[in-house]
Write a protein that binds this ligand. Structure first.
Ligand SMILES: Cc1cc2nc3c(=O)[nH]c(=O)nc-3n(C[C@H](O)[C@H](O)[C@H](O)COP(=O)(O)OP(=O)(O)OC[C@H]3O[C@@H](n4cnc5c(N)ncnc54)[C@H](O)[C@@H]3O)c2cc1C
Length: 526
């Protein structure tokens, strides 16, 4: 996957693309894969980096959605459980089975949640993981050795999926590329082209060079998450907003707070929210919140009350309270909530996502979740084919392996997220002792990985490497700041950049990553 080649393909296209997708998160990338797999000519432009938005800031679960189960929305749970099974089959290198324990502190919680999780098992049917069951007090402590034992009665254990969100996004971009799509990061759509009142392409700007260009397409799909209304306003300046923004935050703690393999799930906190503490890449991810915000930003920040909420609640479930100094990173993501009454003319109301078509033919898709990205993409491309007058073809993505797909354990354990690429990454690392050196003693990444990511994964900036190709920013924000100069030097050698570029990259990254430090004032917005 080479950025220069893809930019050249955009510049030299003599015919309009069949479909142009705006936004390189789960939804846009999934749509690019689906459309390219059907044989359509596809281009995708991402303003920043693949998964820069919500798609790198999730709880990292591939799940049916206990929230929907509580709401009695069985069809949504069923769809998500089916998609969970498909994703585990198509990207086994990134998805794993995880045990979740619901600790109970009142007599009724065990039987109540036990029955709920049996329903979940039944819905999953053949695609189910291990069955749920009630746990005694001793079994609960064996699963979660650090659980708060004061008042503990027992628990319920069930199974769901876990994944690495931005690694999956990169692999989807690679899959789209291999299917013939032209996918480019760091290119912002700045306007829409129209012919006889109908959308016929986009105006765009390469954010790395400032170059402006146009791309023509028979159909344009707006998959920009919480930013869909910005694009819709390019189409109709006075259009009513489709989405409201809700923020969810996570704290990352050292593994010692959850040393076993199981996660903690709290179905209903005192104020009615769902809270997870999930082991991930040798750390613990704790969240989340649901806070309405007036507007969306590219780098959302946790509010003071969200930090307090997550910290106070996780302390209730752990025997040893984490302190502020224990938090390795804090990150925020934004959910697009479709406003009531909007999108009513769509065909997708029974689903968790919404598809809206404007009078000029701009197709907007938003909502849903990572787990169901493939189904969303299939729905959108079905609509887009009709709208753009393309030949209608069946989606083959239910059983389409995603780049990196393998069940084999290739290479050393720390390279497993690369899946079938792990042997090639290992070969780059083995080329010199310098490439084999760790980027930072507190992070599990080798310098050679940066070289691989620049050559094969379209990593262009220090942030691309530390936030989304590796997960250093989330695993330990402070260590990632210390690793930034080494990453800048490695990228500069690969991308032919000078010392001034390196210094600017380190400065920009440091400013960004300080916002992920829990006890740095820059991380607190409210
Ligand atoms: C806190 C939280 C936790 C979650 N946890 C889970 C979970 O555990 N499991 C699960 O299944 N789902 C989860 N979700 C939901 C899931 O993360 C989202 O549904 C999914 O990531 C949305 O993807 P998207 O592509 O629609 O949006 P985004 O990922 O936000 O992508 C939109 C992209 O559009 C780009 N863009 C914007 N404007 C332009 C422009 N003008 N030109 C070009 N590009 C542009 C942005 O840079 C961005 O990359 C969670 C969501 C939140 C908020």
């Amino acid at each position: 996957m080479n950025r220069s080649t893809h930019l050249a393909q955009l510049a030299s296209a003599s015919e309009p693309f069949d479909l142009l997708i705006i936004g390189g998160g789960a939804t846009g990338l999934g749509t690019a894969v689906d459309a390219a797999a059907r044989g359509h000519r596809v281009a995708l432009l991402e303003r920043d980096d693949f998964a820069k938005g919500t798609s790198s800031r999730s709880t990292k679960l591939v799940h049916g959605g206990v929230r929907y189960l509580r709401q009695g929305n069985i069809s949504l749970v069923l769809e998500a459980l089916r998609e969970r099974g498909r994703l585990a089959r198509n990207a086994p290198h990134l998805v794993r089975d995880l045990a979740f324990v619901i600790p109970s502190y009142s007599w009724w919680e065990g039987p109540f949640y036990g029955i709920g999780m049996k329903v979940y098992d039944q819905l999953a049917g053949k695609l189910g993981l291990a069955p749920s069951r009630l746990l005694s007090r001793a079994e609960t402590i064996a699963q979660i050795p650090t659980v708060e034992t004061d008042g503990l009665i027992g628990g319920v254990i069930y199974h769901d999926g876990q994944f690495d969100d931005s690694r999956l996004a990169i692999n989807l971009a690679q899959t789209a590329d291999e299917l013939g799509a032209t996918v480019v990061n760091h290119c912002e759509v700045t306007g829409l082209l129209k012919e006889r009142g109908l959308v016929a392409g986009v105006q765009a700007r390469d954010r790395l060079t400032g170059r402006e260009f146009e791309v023509r397409a028979r159909g344009v799909i707006n998959a920009t998450g919480v930013f869909v209304d910005q694009i819709r306003r390019h189409d109709e300046p006075s259009v009513a907003p489709l989405v409201a923004v809700s923020q969810g935050i996570h704290l990352v703690l050292p593994k010692r707070f959850l040393p076993g393999d199981a996660a903690i799930m709290v179905p209903k906190t005192a104020d009615g929210r769902v809270l997870f503490a999930v082991p991930w890449h040798d750390r613990v991810v704790v969240g989340t919140t649901d806070t309405p915000l007036a507007s969306a930003s590219e780098e959302p920040r946790a509010l003071a009350e969200e930090r307090t909420f997550v910290m106070e609640h996780i302390r209730r479930y752990l025997a040893t309270d984490p302190t502020d100094a224990d938090v390795l990173s804090i990150f925020a993501g934004l959910r697009p909530l479709v406003k009531a009454g909007e999108g009513q003319s769509t065909a997708a109301l029974s689903r968790d996502h919404t598809i809206v078509v404007s009078e000029s033919g701009l197709l907007t898709v938003t909502g849903g979740k990572w787990t169901t990205y493939r189904k969303m993409a299939e729905d959108v491309v079905d609509h887009a084919e009709t709208l753009a007058g393309l030949e209608t073809r069946r989606s083959p993505t239910e059983a389409l392996p995603i780049h990196g797909s393998t069940r084999d354990e290739i290479g050393p354990p720390h390279l497993r997220p690369y899946g079938s690429d792990a042997a090639s990454v290992a070969a780059v690392i083995a080329r010199s002792p310098e490439h084999d050196a760790l980027l930072h003693p507190g992070l599990p990444y080798r310098r050679g990985e940066v070289v691989w990511q620049a050559r094969h994964e379209m990593a262009c900036t220090v942030e691309d490497v530390l936030a989304r190709r590796t997960r250093a920013l989330l695993l330990d924000a402070r260590a990632s700041i210390e690793a930034a100069p080494a990453v800048a030097a490695l990228l500069a050698a690969e991308l032919d950049r000078d010392a001034a570029w390196q210094a600017a990259q380190v400065e920009t990254y440091t400013l960004l990553a300080r916002g992920y430090l829990y006890i740095d004032p820059a991380s607190c917005a409210g």
